[in-house]
Structures are given as C-alpha cells and as structure tokens.
Design a protein around this ligand. Structure first.
Ligand code: SIN
Length: 481
C-alpha cells in the first residue's frame, strides 16, 4: 500500500493552520470492517464562526488578485491532487468504502473541476450594452459574491467540494467548507494540498465536526457569508433555505433524486442492461443520480429482467481496497435499515426478489433486483440510496412519461430507444434537469449538473458554473459628449 498516512490530518484547517477549539474528538470509521481509521478533533459552531471571519478578511485581498494568478494557483492544486491520487484514493476508500477504482475515478472527476474552472476563470466576461440614450455608455461587470459556505456530503468526498469551491475561487470568492463527518479526512487532505499549492491564508478553510445542524446554522445565519452551496437531502435543503432567509443569502442546492430509467421496446437491450448496471450500482447506488426506478415496456420486460439479473449476479462485494471489488459496504447502519425496510415493504405488496435481498455483516447489502414493482411501494416515491433495483412495467410511451414524472424530484432521468422521434418527444416531456439517452453515466465537469422541482436549484460545473458565484454590476456612464 502507498504511504497515504502523509496526507492524514485530524484537525480543522483555518487561516493556513491546523487548529482545534474543542478538546473532544470523534472517530472516523471504515465501513468495510467498522475499524477506527482516524480520531478527529470535533469542532463546532465556534470554529465555523472563526473561519468565516478569516475568510471574510481574506476576501478583501483575494478578490483583487488577477484571474491569471488565481488560475495558476488552481492548476498547481490540480497537479498536486493528481500527483497524490493513489494516496487520496486510499483515504477515500478507507473512510467511505468506495471501491478503489471508483475512488481513483472520483479524484479525476473532482480534480477536473479545478482544472476546468482554472481555465474558465479567464473567460469570466462581462458585457457592453448599447446606451439607451445617445450620451450614455453601459457596462455589465461580474463581481465575486463574497464568502461562500460549502456544505458537502460523504458520497463524493472530493468532487462535491471541488465542484462548489473551484468556480467560487476562480471568480475571487473565499470559502469555508463543512464536509460530512463520515469523510473528513479526504476533505482535510485536499485542503492541505491547496495550501501547498500556495493559496493565501484564509482563502480555503475546512472545519470538521459532528454537529452538522449547528455548524450549518452558523454558515446560513452569519451575515459575513454571502452564499451557501449544499449537496444533500431535500429535507436538509429546506431547513438551510429557511435559515438563509433572514439574510436573503444566495443558495445553490443539489438535493435528492428519484431517477427513472425507461427501457422502450425498441431499445438495444444489451446496451440498456449495461447502462442499468453502471447507472444503478455506481458506488453501490449511493449517488443522487443513481437509478431509483427501472421502467420497462411490456414486450421486453421479461427479457430485460433476465439479462439484467444475469449481469448483476456477477458484481463482486467486498473491501474497496481489493481491486476485484465492485460493490463496497454501505455508509452506515441507517442505510442498511432503509434497505431492509424497502425490501419488506416491496415483498409485502407483491414484489418478487429476483436477486439478492440480504444484509451481509458488518455493513453490506447484496445487489438486489425486485420485479413486479408498483407505485404503492416505498421506493416509488423515496430515494433508495443503495443497491436495490426495482423494475416496473408499462404499456405505452404516455404511461412511461407519466410514471417517470410522478415524483417530487427532478434531478436525473434516463431512457433507451432507437427511435429518433421518440428521443425528442420523451426528452421534452421529462421534468428533469438531466436526461441521459442511451447512456447511464452522465457526470462530467463540462456539463451543468442540477435538478428541477424539489431536487434543488442552481447548476454546478460547465460554462454556467461560475454564474452562481458572481453578482452582476450594471454601470451607467452618463453625459458622454
Ligand atoms: C451526487 O450524488 O450528489 C453527485 C453525483 C455525480 O456528480 O455524479
């Protein structure tokens, strides 16, 4: 194994220093065997407040740096992450259970956001608008919003941080990160590498601790923070929105999903099975864009179920550090309880288990396929966030669209067809921020990621990503003779 211990840090990082305000510690657990892999100082609201003060004061100078300076620092940071990719991937696998190959993939994915926005920083163009009278000249300038609070989840310990803070840093904002208490070590490692890359003190700060609600509250209520960017559940997103209302803070929310995956009877079934395997079982189903409901047209239903079951049977469960492993453990016992509850509910309502269905000690769940799924079952409305694949049957295109849209969520959706006209019709009818056609993997730093309805607001990544971290300033020069 590589020397990942050189990147293990167990304190918050504020103003260019490792710091703890609290004397108590919390354990970071490896979900594979429940062993303790780190003891991290359990900081709280007080240190978040300190980090905000520091970021607020660093903003005064950071916003004045040239885009080229910021871009060069970001590229150095990108290089350091790539150089240390094996070590960071090991830490990520240890604390999240993610299979090592997927951790390496996430490091590329996360680092690519830094590279992309290092380039985009130079293209943060404003505008010149024709004067509305002959002696007026008009400009639109883009200015950084200020201090950004980034509240991030455990399922993408690096990519959800970089997807938020890279565009923020590129335009001249400073940041305070509150990573999930399940995966603080990856977050601290990349903050350290940013420091090594030469970012000035106070520009990037990470505060770790278990008191998510109080730490989040400080970020949302502190008037020195101008913007919150959050990835997590819809329930928490709504709480943060309420907490931000007093100061009318800007908010980007990437929340829950209930992704439909529609297989029409003219689809290439083998391609659809391949897409369903990757779209369902990526990180054991623990992503917001993972397939939640597979909808298959009547004529190909049995054939799809058979092929999909045969393919899923081969998935290997185990220690993420073992290169053979394709499905790691679930993140915690709550996730296991949710899987058990969904399976009991589905079987009591006529669901037929075609594969899996069992908990495996200490914290695994078998890849599970449930046929005869119906709209009464829990997973029809709720996010699974685990390796259960329910398969619903439909007769017509209209019925499939109605079923697909019958949810409060609107993040990712997928469908498989060879019919060109259908690709347009269905794409237009789906109420989702993301539509994958004949493809189950849709994530990249180059595309706008985000949802509609109760899946959130705002977009991350792509040429649109920086827009959420700037204010437009309209300048009118009058009386030009
Ligand atoms: C998420 O699960 O929140 C993000 C998934 C992705 O970026 O692909």
């Amino acid at each position: 194994m590589n020397d990942y211990s050189k990147l293990i840090f167990e304190k918050s990082f504020v103003n260019g220093e490792w710091i703890n305000e609290s004397d108590s510690k919390f354990e970071v657990i490896n979900p594979f065997d429940l062993s303790v892999i780190g003891q991290v100082y359990n900081d709280d609201r007080l240190l978040v407040k300190k980090a905000i003060d520091v970021a607020h004061s660093a903003f005064k100078t950071w916003k004045k740096t040239s885009v080229k300076e910021r871009s060069i620092l970001m590229m150095r940071w990108y290089d350091l992450i790539v150089q240390n990719k094996n070590e960071i991937a090991t830490i990520m696998t240890l604390e999240s259970g993610k299979p090592f190959a997927e951790s390496l993939g996430e490091i590329d994915y996360g680092a690519n956001y830094i590279q992309w926005f290092a380039e985009e920083a130079k293209r943060n163009y404003g505008d010149v608008i024709p004067g509305f009278t002959s002696e007026k000249r008009i400009m639109v300038l883009k200015e950084p919003v200020g201090v950004v609070g980034a509240i991030t989840p455990w399922n993408f310990p690096i990519a959800m941080i970089t997807r938020k803070i890279a565009p923020a840093l590129a335009v001249g904002c400073t940041v305070v990160i509150r990573p999930s208490e399940e995966t603080p070590l990856t977050a601290l490692a990349i903050n350290y590498l940013a420091h090594e890359a030469g970012f000035p003190k106070g520009v990037i700060n990470t505060v770790v601790g278990t008191n998510a609600s109080e730490m989040g509250k400080e970020l949302c209520e502190n008037s020195k923070v101008s913007k919150i960017s959050f990835t997590g559940s819809t329930t928490v997103g709504k709480i943060l929105m309420q907490q931000c209302s007093d100061s009318l803070k800007k908010l980007s929310l990437e929340l829950g999903g209930n992704a439909p995956f529609i297989v029409f009877d003219d689809a290439d079934l083998d391609l659809a099975v391949k897409g369903a395997i990757s779209g369902k079982f990526r990180f054991g189903g623990q992503t917001c864009v993972c397939i939640n409901r597979i909808l298959v047209q009547k004529n190909v239903y049995d054939a799809f179920v058979e092929k999909f079951t045969a393919a899923a049977k081969n998935l290997k469960l185990g220690n993420g550090l073992n290169p053979e492993t394709q499905i790691g453990p679930l993140i915690n016992q709550i996730a296991i309880e949710r899987m058990n509850e969904m399976i009991q509910d589905a079987t009591s309502k006529g669901g037929e288990i075609k594969l899996g269905g069992n908990f495996v000690a200490p914290q695994f769940f078998e890849p599970t396929i449930i046929a005869n799924a119906n709209s009464e079952m829990l997973f029809a409305k709720n996010e699974i966030f685990g390796p259960i694949a329910p398969i619903f049957k439909f007769k017509t295109e209209e019925e499939a669209i109605e079923m697909a849209n019958d949810t409060i969520y609107g993040l990712a959706s997928y469908f498989y067809t060879k019919d060109l006209n259908r690709t347009w019709r269905v794409r237009e009818a789906l109420e989702y921020g993301i539509v994958g056609i004949n493809d189950g993997l849709i994530s990249s730093e180059m595309v706008p990621f985000g949802g509609v309805k109760q899946s959130g607001q705002g977009r991350e990544g792509s040429k649109y990503g920086m827009d959420y971290y700037v204010d437009l300033k309209y300048v009118c020069i009058g009386n030009v003779k």
